[in-house]
Ligand binder design. Structure first.
Ligand code: NI
Length: 151
């Protein structure tokens, strides 16, 4: 495993759409392992492949209830809404309040290509939405409805 550099605000790759993963091979597993290490080293709760410069639909997450790998994730159910402060490893020192669904259901493939279903509320729902946004070139700053002072 190896740490990868996290792409920062201003890099145009963050605004690009990621392509679906088609091969569930050793190259994907190395990417996942590196992303996991990079996310934990940066004390993040989620990381999308585009944030390490790879335009593939791959996300790793850990909102405190266990590590998740999401390949080709899609939100299948959105319910309610929540307003909470959000940040991003690609935007160090910046945060803002966004409106996200209160709960979501997500389907995604695991590292072997098997489809799985996940549910999340609160932080986890926000994280699913934030990371899947990254795969479509959407950064959280475009969803901020109220800026919070940097502390
Ligand atoms: Ni982010």
């Amino acid at each position: 495993m190896a740490l990868r550099n996290i792409v920062k605000d201003g890099d145009p790759i963050l605004l690009k759409t990621s392509r679906p993963v088609e091969k569930f091979d050793a190259r994907l597993w190395m990417l996942l392992d590196d992303m996991k290490e990079t996310m934990y080293a940066a004390n993040g709760v989620g990381l999308a492949a585009v944030q390490v410069g790879v335009l593939r639909r791959v996300v790793v997450m850990d909102c405190g209830d266990g590590y998740l790998e999401l390949i080709n994730p899609e939100i299948t159910v959105r319910e309610g809404e929540q307003f909470a402060e959000e940040g991003c490893l690609s935007f160090p020192g910046r945060s803002g309040v966004t409106c996200r669904p209160a709960s979501v259901q997500v389907k995604a493939q695991d590292r072997n290509g098997k489809w799985c279903v996940y549910k999340g509320t609160e932080l986890k729902a926000r994280c699913f939405c934030h990371e899947i946004d990254h795969l479509d070139g959407i950064v959280f700053t475009t969803r901020v409805i109220k800026k919070e002072p940097v502390t």
